[in-house]
Design a protein around this ligand. Structure first.
Ligand code: SAM
Length: 505
């Protein structure tokens, strides 16, 4: 792997210096809150679009915080004397966090981005220069092994991970170490792997600078670094999921054809999970001519696992190629090269009969169930992050439904979930709605169409009466045969429970 144009990294073997640096950063309020307050939301958001001008304008003063933002996020040199007022400058130079330029200036050797943990922790994410926010395209760094900081995909995965206390967690393709850092807050042991040794080094720095316990760092592809008999309670991976005509950037191009890397990762996970353990992946998948994407994804699910697959977005092949050409900054280079790369991308898709690419999440839970539940659905609408609790609750409901046949459902008691509202949809002025929609304002923020019986049923559910008794009362009210109603309604109840509108009381 060529890392020729990347600068040497700070030492990972100087915990004394890292601890002093952390103290100095905190002392200067170089934290997620401090940063947002200083820059303001627009300048901060501009950074994630690789635009630094607003942030440079917001840091023209001389406070320690402005100095640190220019140094560690905007790659600006600063005077040795001024930095010495804020940081243990000689120790940072000696251990490689800073480098000298000219006679009296210093620069940072890596980006350091303050990052707020879910429990209010002040964490820091280390990444290659210019990669803390906005990705590699912004700086045009095309070194193969460049290590990016936090992107939208990183925070999506962190948010949807189930955060129950576990003993062993694995972060596969750790990059900057963000997922390992989150896991360290609720796992006794964290293993982090990456094919890129530079990423493992950076992960060690991220954990140490964040004051988190060190992880077991292992180099290798996919599950290679994991022994055959090693299993985990939690596996997370934001893998190099980009479907590309050839491997160029390690952080995104897995180097396997089509969506094979994501497929292999998911398929090989079954035997790595402990009973009851969760695995969370972000993935891209091909929409191939003549094939349902849901069938493709279902075929990836390993035996012995329940799965919940959510397709969040679909892009046609041209949008997809453009997205990743821009991500690498190719649109800023030679137009002929850009065209050739674009062409190669479309050739690859044409050869594989790929019409579009799906983006989404795959969650597996290992279970001993004889009939695993595999839900593959499209949900492109806004959701509420963090989603981890919603994901855990989905699998609890799967267990509940699996163990309750229709007769048992009618005996059971249900309560309407919190913050569910009813919407009536129809033509303005019409006496009766054309249909009724139940909408959740939490979690997946789902909406589902129900008939009048379904809406009435949900409205009455407060846990006091059994489902069967409620249906009998509704039958009497609408003049329907109670036996027929008991016969046809469990399917609807099942759906409302599966989607979280009704909770077993
Ligand atoms: C999209 S980045 C994710 C980084 C980080 N986990 C996050 O969530 O932001 C993918 C990471 O996987 C690593 N990687 C690439 N190919 C891999 C492979 N075959 N096996 C393991 N890791 C790989 C890359 O070096 C990179 O660090």
């Amino acid at each position: 792997m060529s890392n020729a144009s990347l600068s040497p990294l700070p030492s990972a073997d100087r915990p004394d210096v890292t601890a002093r640096l952390r103290d100095a950063l905190l002392e200067a309020s170089f934290t997620a809150d401090g940063l947002l307050e200083l820059l303001g939301a627009p300048a901060y958001a501009a950074l994630s679009r690789s635009e630094t001008v607003p942030a440079l304008r917001a840091t023209r003063g001389d406070t320690p915080l402005e100095l640190l933002v220019r140094l560690f996020l905007l790659q600006q040199p600063a005077s040795y004397a001024r930095v010495a007022d804020v940081l243990p400058v000689d120790a940072c130079l000696e251990s490689g966090w800073l480098d000298r330029v000219g006679d009296d200036e210093v620069v940072a050797t890596v980006d350091v981005r303050p990052y707020g943990g879910p429990g209010g922790e002040d964490w820091f994410i280390v990444s290659d220069l210019g990669c803390a926010v906005g990705g590699a395209g912004g700086i045009g760094n095309h070194a193969e092994g460049v290590v990016l900081g936090v992107g939208g995909a990183s925070t999506t995965l962190a948010g949807l991970t189930v955060r129950t206390p576990v003993s062993a967690a694995l972060d596969l393709g750790t990059g900057s170490g963000i997922q390992a850092l989150h896991a360290a807050a609720h796992a006794t042991r964290v293993t982090a792997t990456d094919v890129n040794p530079r990423a493992l080094h950076i992960t060690a720095l991220t954990l140490a600078l964040s004051g988190a316990p060190a992880a077991d760092l292992r180099e290798g592809s996919l599950y290679e670094p994991v022994a055959d008999d090693e299993t985990y309670d939690l596996i997370v991976s934001n893998p190099p999921f980009v479907i590309s005509p050839g491997a160029r950037l390690t952080y995104r191009d897995g180097g396997m054809g089509g969506d094979d890397l994501c497929r292999s990762l998911v398929q090989q996970t079954g035997e790595r999970l402990n009973e009851g353990g969760f695995a969370h992946f972000l993935a891209n998948w091909q929409h191939v001519e003549g094939e349902e994407w849901t069938d493709r994804l279902r075929s990836w699910v390993p035996r012995g696992c329940d799965a919940w697959i959510v397709q969040r977005e679909v892009q046609d092949v041209t949008q997809y190629a453009e997205l990743w050409l821009r991500d690498a900054g190719d649109h800023r280079g030679d137009p002929a090269d850009y065209q050739a790369r674009y062409d190669a991308w479309l050739d690859e898709f044409e050869a594989r009969k790929v019409r579009a690419v799906g983006f989404g999440w795959i969650t597996l839970r290992r279970t001993g169930a004889a009939e695993p539940s595999v839900v593959a659905e499209e949900w492109p609408h806004p959701i509420e992050q963090p989603l981890g609790e919603t994901v855990r609750a989905h699998f609890d409901r799967v267990d509940y439904l699996r163990s309750h046949d229709d007769a048992a459902l009618l005996e059971a008691h249900f309560a309407l979930a919190g913050e569910v509202v009813q919407e009536q949809v129809g033509l303005p002025g019409a006496e009766d709605p054309e249909h009724v929609v139940l909408r959740q304002n939490r979690g997946m923020r789902r909406a589902t169409r129900v008939d009048t019986v379904g809406a009435g049923f949900a409205g009455v559910c407060d846990g006091t009466m059994s489902a069967g008794r409620i249906l009998d009362a509704i039958a009497q009210l609408v003049g329907e045969d109670p036996v027929a109603l008991r016969d046809r309604t469990p399917a609807q109840i099942r759906l409302l429970v599966e989607q979280g509108f009704l909770e077993p009381a």
